[in-house]
Design a protein around this ligand. Structure first.
Ligand code: 2HA
Ligand code: ZN
Length: 271
């Protein structure tokens, strides 16, 4: 670690950033993070002390492109734009940075460790973080990645109808509903990094913790980065089981409605 790193002498913040690095390694190993694919942002304001508040910007302030009132004075760890998850796994502060949202709620500045520009999906991520704070949600992380099987399934229109994929994936193995209880929302194709994509994602997050971006990837939210990763991981496991069955030449039966209901009751899950 760089001796002047913001993580130095701040074990809770360092642990949080190291969890991001751990997940970045998983994304690469799973083949979900080719080149600079995917991005991660974490609201780290709970770890911010007076010394961090006093830190000067290390790059000129830049517009977010949106006005986000609830984010005034909030701090985020963001993966850097154009940076690789596999590099971030080894060196999170060389491939990501800490930003502060300014009091105008519409611009931000980088404060540590290096002037690494934040993710191209910053508008989607910050819009979602703004909504967490406005709505009193305990969620603090957003994770975007390109899981192969889920993206492949998003190329088939019948799967994009409301809750078709949630039901299909939940029915492949009981754990999927247990660990992704709100299912998989769907956002029709929009330009990556656009405000339209951000808005459409936010609308789906009212009902789902994981949203499938048609022909692109998934966007997941949760309290911490490991939980966000796990939700995508269980959905992907189900997608792999479905595809394995189809490759053996049959449509998998799936758990029955009665089995799903029994499981939902036993695990105290929503219907
Ligand atoms: O950050 O995946 O959607 C690279 C991307 C943009
Ligand atoms: Zn992407």
């Amino acid at each position: 670690m760089n001796p002047k790193s913001i993580l130095e002498g701040r074990p809770a913040l360092a642990r949080c950033v190291m969890e991001v690095a751990e997940v970045a390694g998983y994304l690469w190993q799973k083949g979900w993070a080719e080149r600079n694919g995917g991005n991660i942002t974490v609201n780290i304001s709970e770890y911010v002390d007076e010394d961090i508040r006093q830190k000067k910007a290390i790059a000129p302030a830049r517009p977010i492109g949106l006005k986000l009132e609830a984010l005034r004075g909030q701090y985020f760890y963001c993966k850097g734009t154009g940076k690789r998850m596999r590099d971030l796994a080894r060196n999170p502060m060389g491939n990501g940075s800490v930003i502060r949202v300014l009091e105008d709620g519409e611009s931000y500045e980088i404060i540590a460790d290096e002037a690494v520009m934040p993710t191209s999906e910053l508008p989607s991520h910050l819009l979602v973080h703004n909504w967490f704070l406005e709505s009193g949600s305990p969620y603090r992380v957003s994770l975007h990645t390109h899981p192969i099987e889920l993206v492949a399934m998003s190329h088939h229109k019948p799967f994009l109808q409301k809750d078709v994929l949630s039901q299909l994936l939940w029915s492949m193995i009981p754990e999927t509903k247990a660990f992704c209880p709100r299912g998989l929302g769907v956002v029709p194709y929009q330009l990556p990094g656009s405000n339209l994509l951000a808005q459409a994602t936010l609308e789906e997050l009212g009902d789902y913790d994981v949203v499938l971006w048609e022909k692109h990837g998934v966007f997941a939210v949760d309290k911490d980065i490991l939980n966000a990763f796990d939700q995508i991981d269980v959905l992907t496991k189900s997608a792999q089981i479905y595809i394995a069955a189809r490759n053996m030449g049959y449509e998998p039966e799936g758990m029955s409605q009665a089995q799903m209901q029994e499981m939902s009751q036993a695990f105290n899950l929503p219907k």
